[in-house]
Structure formats: C-alpha cells, structure tokens
Design a protein around this ligand. Structure first.
Ligand code: IMP
Ligand code: MG
Length: 339
C-alpha cells in the first residue's frame, strides 16, 4: 500500500482576508508537488503570487498553478466570472490543466451593477464585483451555471469526483479557501461580511469533500491584521501610524487602502477553533522584524520573532509550521519536518 504522506489540506484565512493565502498555497504547490487543487469562493478575492519575478493577482485560477503538473479545479460552490477566468487562464497558461465544475454558478456584469448601485451593499463596503447579488440569485435557484456557458464547454469537470478520486489514490490535494473567518457570513462580523461562509468546513463543502477525508487544516495568519471595507477593527491604527510601522497596504484586487491593527491573540484562538486548525502559517514576519527578510531557517530569526511565534502557538494551541519571510513563493521557513 502507498503510504499516505501529505494527504488533503484545507487552507483557510484567519481574519479579514489578505493574510497571504496565495503565497502559502503557491509554496505548498512547489514544495509538496500538489497533484490537485480546488479553488473556492469567487472573484471578490485576489490571491497574490510572486513567482519567477512576476506578480499575479489571481481572482479565479488556483494559486498552485506555479507547479506545472498540478490539476487546477474550480469547485461546484464557486462563482465564476467568465471574462476574468479567461484572462487568468491565458496569463498563467493553464488551459490544458484547469477544470470548472459543471454546477459552479456564474457571476455577470449585471451583478456588479446591482452591487455598486445598492445603498445597503455600498454601506458594507463591498468589493463591487457583484458576488452578493450573484449568490442571492443562486439561493433563489435561478442562477446560470457553468454548464450553460458555451465558452466554458472545454473546461467542464466533475470536481467532487476528481478530487475524491485523488484523495482515494493518496495524492496530495489542497482545497484553497478565500478571505478569512471574520468575513464569514455565519462566524464573522455580520453584517460587515461577505456573502458566504469562509470557514474550513465551508471550503470542503464548496469543493465536494467530506470532513472525514481531510488530513490537515492550515489556518493562515498574517503578523498584523488588515481589513478593507467598513466594519469594526479592534485596535485599529491611524494611517500615519500604519505607514510608520510599514503595515500600510493596498488591496490586490480593488486597490483600496487597507486599515490595519496589531495581531489579536484572543481572536486568533477563536478562529483556530472554528476552522478546526491542525497547524498554522504565519506570513509577513519580515514586516514586523525586518532582519527576518528572506530567512529560510528558523535559527536565523531574532529572539523577539521566535517569542512572537511561541505566543501565537500558546494562544491558539496550534503549531506555526510555515513562516513567511518575504513575497516570493520560496521565502518560507518550513518547520513541518523539524517540529
Ligand atoms: P463582498 O464580498 O464584495 O460582498 O464584500 C463584503 C465585505 O467583504 C467587504 O468588507 C469586502 O471588503 C470584504 N471582502 C470580500 N472579499 C475580500 C477579500 O478577498 N479580501 C478582503 N476583504 C474582502
Ligand atoms: Mg486578497
């Protein structure tokens, strides 16, 4: 029997998104030679991947595209923006290895118009892509599905069947979640949330993978917290202070300014519990501790950085097994073998 080494990993965001899931997933793709990846969610999320000197902001294509042998899938629970999908397929040159589930629903420009024109949605600070209105239509059971779109004909797949077959064959599988738990329709800061559940369980559900078939749940934390759109952010810094600390960011997708706050250990504990995290990734450690930049070995970290990681592990009860030290996919300290 083939020994199951890496199995099926769910990657899920901790707070209000933008933790660096794209970077972590692209690293796993290259390091673990991920065979199959399912992306969930929709076009409102942008996953940033830096690879071979190029920067990608992916709204549709799974971040594992960097590993040329990975089969890329978009799950039945996802919402596909066809022009954006086509654009990214071209940009990443993955036409031959990407599939879209027949039952994924379609988001169109008219949804974006409703999103941008609705005063309630505007007050929530939505991304304006129209995901809320598209999901509303899906719940009403009047949505257009991928199987109804002629341009997607050559891409159609049965994602649940493919991903479960990969799991049965002991292949390495990643289910790529989007956004963060605090943007979850159920667990987040309602009503200032997105239109779907973003928990690890929901990532499984959107992909068609049952909970007993998952081996690891990797929660992705960033060394500080950011949030775009409206809604509360405990400990929020002024823009001036964020700039001073080097925490000021702009959204990869919409270009909006991100608000920022220090890491929240209590919230990190709650998030780890609800995701059912078995391990954690911590990104942008080099922003907090510049001497960590591009470190690939734990022993290279200054004592304060090691203390910070220990404090997260103590608060969450979860080991920080992957540490991001720079933007490139390979700027990572991988502690999975040494823990
Ligand atoms: P919607 O998902 O476009 O409806 O926006 C609802 C809320 O979720 C707004 O506060 C958005 O800024 C936020 N949001 C949606 N997607 C992302 C994301 O990928 N990163 C960060 N915030 C997001
Ligand atoms: Mg993002």
């Amino acid at each position: 029997m083939v020994r199951k080494v890496l199995g099926c990993t769910v990657v899920a965001g901790a707070f209000w998104g933008d933790e660096g899931k794209g970077k972590v997933v692209s690293y796993l793709a290259l390091k673990d030679k991920v065979n199959v990846c399912v992306r969930t969610g929709s076009v409102n999320a942008a996953h940033t991947v830096h690879f071979k000197g190029k920067r990608y902001a992916l709204h549709m294509v799974p971040s594992t595209f960097v590993y040329a042998k990975c089969r890329l899938l978009i799950g039945p629970g996802a919402n596909v923006h066809v022009p954006q999908f086509m654009k990214e397929v071209k940009e990443t040159d993955v036409r031959q290895r990407i599939g879209v589930d027949r039952q994924a629903s379609i988001i169109e420009s008219r949804h974006s118009q409703v999103d941008k024109g609705d005063s309630h949605l505007k007050s929530l600070g939505t991304t304006g892509w129209g995901v809320g209105p598209a999901v509303q239509e899906r719940a009403k059971r009047s949505a257009k599905l991928a199987k109804d779109v002629p341009e997607l004909k050559g891409f159609l797949a049965d994602v649940a069947a493919e991903v479960n077959a990969a799991i049965d064959a002991d292949q390495t599988v990643v289910l790529e979640g989007t956004q963060g738990l605090m943007l979850s329709l159920y667990h987040g800061s309602y009503p200032y949330v997105t239109s779907r559940d973003t928990s690890a369980s929901a990532v499984c559900s959107e992909s068609g993978v049952g909970p007993s078939r998952v081996d690891k749940v990797l929660v992705v934390y960033k060394a500080f917290i950011t949030r775009v759109g409206t809604g509360g952010l405990p400990g929020e810094l002024s823009k001036k202070e964020a700039l001073r600390r080097g925490w000021f960011e702009k959204a990869a997708g919409t270009g909006r300014e991100r608000r920022s706050a220090p890491f929240d250990f209590d919230l990190a504990r709650k998030v780890a519990k609800i995701h059912g995290a078995t391990e954690a990734a911590l990104t942008k450690l080099d922003i907090l501790y510049p001497s960590c930049k591009s470190a690939t070995n734990y022993d290279q970290l200054p004592e304060e950085a090691i203390d910070f990681i220990a404090k997260i592990e103590e608060a969450t009860g979860v080991a920080v097994s992957i540490v991001g030290t720079g933007p490139d996919a390979m700027d990572i300290i991988d502690r999975r073998t040494s823990l």
